[in-house]
Design a protein around this ligand. Structure first.
Ligand code: DQA
Length: 141
């Protein structure tokens, strides 16, 4: 089995980006922790700052029927294009879990709304990298 773990803009800077908010671990650390949590699953961790690229990966998820863990980063709050692509995934019956490292509801008001959540299978936020680990547990149970 395979799971796509897709990360949006600025998440390539994890480790050095606002460590007080996002922690000091980077995407390679995330790759390692998820791989060791689910050794029988091919966990494909990707990051892009590009909205079209992120959308193309969601189309790939539809075409290959691959479950998705998605951290849409700032796109969460305003990208209707991404929302429509997420809706394509979940309406095809493929699970997609929205995750956030921080708890956006405890932060600036512009982070309180997600245009993605209504079309995601579920949402996990506020637990650092454990948000991804909890999502992976759900997708592999
Ligand atoms: C984030 C929260 C978003 O508000 C922010 O724009 C991010 C990261 C998180 O993982 O906590 O880039 O999605």
């Amino acid at each position: 089995a395979r799971i796509l773990v897709l990360n949006g803009p600025n998440l390539g800077r994890l480790g050095t980006r606002e460590p007080e908010v996002y922690g000091s671990q980077n995407l390679d650390d995330l790759r390692k922790v998820l791989a060791s949590d689910a050794p029988n699953v091919e966990v494909d961790v990707r990051q892009t700052d590009s909205e079209p690229e992120l959308m193309s990966w969601l189309f790939e998820a539809v075409d290959t029927r691959t479950p998705v863990i998605l951290n849409p980063a700032a796109f969460t709050h305003y990208s209707y294009a991404l929302r429509d692509a997420v809706s394509m995934v979940t309406s095809a019956g493929i699970p997609l879990i929205e995750v956030h490292i921080s708890n956006p509801h405890a932060r600036e008001s512009f982070r309180h709304n997600s245009v993605i959540s209504a079309v995601a299978s579920g949402v996990i936020a506020g637990f650092g990298f454990d948000s991804y680990r909890l999502a992976l547990t759900q997708l592999t149970r």
